[in-house]
Design a protein around this ligand. Structure first.
Ligand code: HEM
Length: 505
């Protein structure tokens, strides 16, 4: 670092301390802020609470500070909501006021400052993007058009696993094959494309770039520059890498998928109603002038991050739970055999007639919620919550994991017990009909992909249990379910090796 930069930084820090003290004095008078640890100038609470504000740490803080508390992370205000009543207030009653999204310095890069749908503020652009994406992605018609494809992909997983001699003996990292399935499920919808193998060169490129994007965005390494703007010059190297990844990635989407589809459409007339895939609808919106070319690419970007990995993490958690609870696996297999018979492979419509399967899916989403803090919300203007003032542009985290794992709300939440969804919580659905259970959020910014994610989860978990006995590798009694956190995801730390023994006919 050169001396000039250091000098500027120190001067800046000094100025920031003075400004922060003045502002906090002024604000303290005007605002009744939610409780929280006492902040120090410049750093706020950052040095006290650290970087890893995962769902468990935030739940511990809620026990101390209450159902709504405020953390000052440098210059950013972070408000954490931890009760069903306040979740309802934020997501439903005051859904408009709290319906925007925050972006940090890295998300600004990956979303072109909110030219996408997931990370844009609540307003005209968001409404338009959500409307344009609904018809090609989020309707029952889409499910009916693509369910055969999802069933075929699940059948291909079963076939490939059966062909792999390691699967029945020492075990395989099933996740790798499931990842190919999830890419195919979504690339069929988006581009009417699929990849033959896990090692398809184009798929490898996509996975590498999507993986890099997730790693860079989920990391805590850049927090200092985001929380304390004066330190931002030190992030230059990090942000440069983010920009490169973003540009290479969008170019890949454009050159290999969007432009290919355009070519095909012009030569084969793929715009016939029956043959339309999602990108055809999106390009139509572009032709009508509703969105621009960048928006088209950001829609592809959003689906790559919001749809594929989230569903994959949930399948992975579901498989791990079934491996570690053989009695639950057996009960599920019994339901499949009894309702469908030994010869019929589960299809999408069957998934709704299998209550125990539904309960296993819900329990998986409750126990290991893939997006445990939802995607951060934000209030564009000063707002009120539970009698407190919430300064404009605060980042609002709803600790959905804690709502679903708080022993005050659930009996023995630490236990993986699907039966709860058939007994005391039989009326609770994954769509947010109960504010204790919000794996997909609820309200205006809730996950529109629930309509796709639930049947895919049902088909693949059902087929695996119908065709195999799943167990840990030899010498192990359980697979490791340690968690890996990120800015807002909950993934399994080590992708499990799983033994899949084909069932005898
Ligand atoms: C098990 C799988 C999934 C889980 C657990 C999940 C969860 C979530 C959550 C918690 C949110 C944020 C809700 C909020 O902030 O209030 C969200 C948003 C979103 N999800 Fe999903 N999701 C899944 C699958 C999908 C799929 C398959 C798609 C697309 C095909 C999708 C597309 C989106 C989009 C576009 C948003 C942003 C909505 C907006 O900001 O208006 N998700 N998801």
């Amino acid at each position: 670092m050169d001396l000039l930069l250091l000098e500027k930084t120190l001067l800046g820090l000094f100025a920031a301390v003075v400004v922060a003290i003045v502002i906090s004095k002024l604000r303290g008078k005007r605002f009744k802020l939610p409780p929280g640890p006492i902040p120090v100038p410049v750093f706020g609470n950052w040095l006290q609470v650290g970087d890893d504000l995962n769902h468990r740490n935030l739940a511990s803080m809620a026990k101390k500070f209450g159902d709504v508390f405020l953390l000052r992370m440098g210059q950013r205000n972070l408000v954490v909501v931890s009760s069903p009543e306040l979740a309802k207030e934020v997501l439903h009653t005051q859904g408009v006021e709290f319906g925007s999204r925050t972006r940090n310095v890295v998300f600004d890069i990956f979303t072109g400052k909110g030219q996408d749908m997931v990370f844009t503020v609540y307003g005209e652009h968001w409404r338009k993007m959500r409307r344009i994406m609904t018809v090609p992605f989020f309707t029952n018609k889409v499910v009916q058009q693509y369910r055969y494809g999802w069933e075929a992909e699940a059948a291909a997983v079963v076939e490939d696993v059966k062909k792999n001699p390691d699967a029945a003996k020492n075990g395989i990292v099933l996740r790798n094959r499931l990842q190919l399935m999830m890419y195919n499920n979504l690339y069929r919808i988006m581009f009417d494309r699929r990849f033959e193998t896990e090692n398809d060169p184009l798929l490898l490129k996509l996975k590498a770039l999507n993986g890099e994007r997730s790693r860079l965005a989920q990391s805590f390494d850049y927090n200092y520059g985001d929380f304390i703007p004066i330190l931002r010059p030190f992030l230059r190297g990090y942000l440069k890498i983010c920009k490169e990844v973003k540009e290479t990635r969008l170019k890949l989407f454009k050159d290999y998928f969007v432009d290919e589809r355009k070519k095909l459409a012009s030569t084969k007339g793929a715009n016939n109603e029956g043959l339309k895939c999602a990108i055809d609808h999106i390009l139509e919106a572009q032709q009508k002038g509703e969105i621009n070319e960048d928006n088209v690419l950001y829609i592809v970007e959003n689906i790559n991050v919001a749809a594929i990995e989230t569903t994959l993490w949930s399948i992975e958690w579901g498989v791990a739970a079934l491996v570690n609870h053989p009695e639950i696996q057996k009960k599920l297999r019994h339901e499949l055999d009894t309702v469908l018979g030994r010869d019929k492979q589960i299809t999408e419509p069957d998934t709704y007639n299998l209550p125990y399967l539904q309960a296993v899916i819900k329990e998986t989403l409750r126990y290991k919620m893939a997006i445990p803090l939802l995607v951060p919300h934000m209030n564009l203007h000063d707002a009120k919550l539970a009698g407190y003032d919430i300064p404009a542009e605060s980042k609002i985290l709803v600790n959905a994991w804690w709502l679903a794992n708080n022993p005050d709300n659930w009996s023995n939440p630490d236990e993986f017990r699907p039966e709860r969804f058939l007994e005391e919580d039989a009326k609770v659905e994954a769509n947010g009909n109960d504010f204790r259970f919000l794996p997909f959020g609820v309200g205006r910014r809730s996950c529109p992909g629930i309509i796709i994610a639930l049947p895919i989860l049902g088909i693949i978990l059902g087929r695996l249990v119908q065709n195999f006995e799943l167990s840990p590798p030899p010498g192990q009694s359980k697979v490791d379910t340690s968690e890996k956190g990120g800015q807002f995801s909950l993934q399994i730390l080590k992708h499990s090796t799983i033994v899949l023994k084909p069932r005898s006919v």
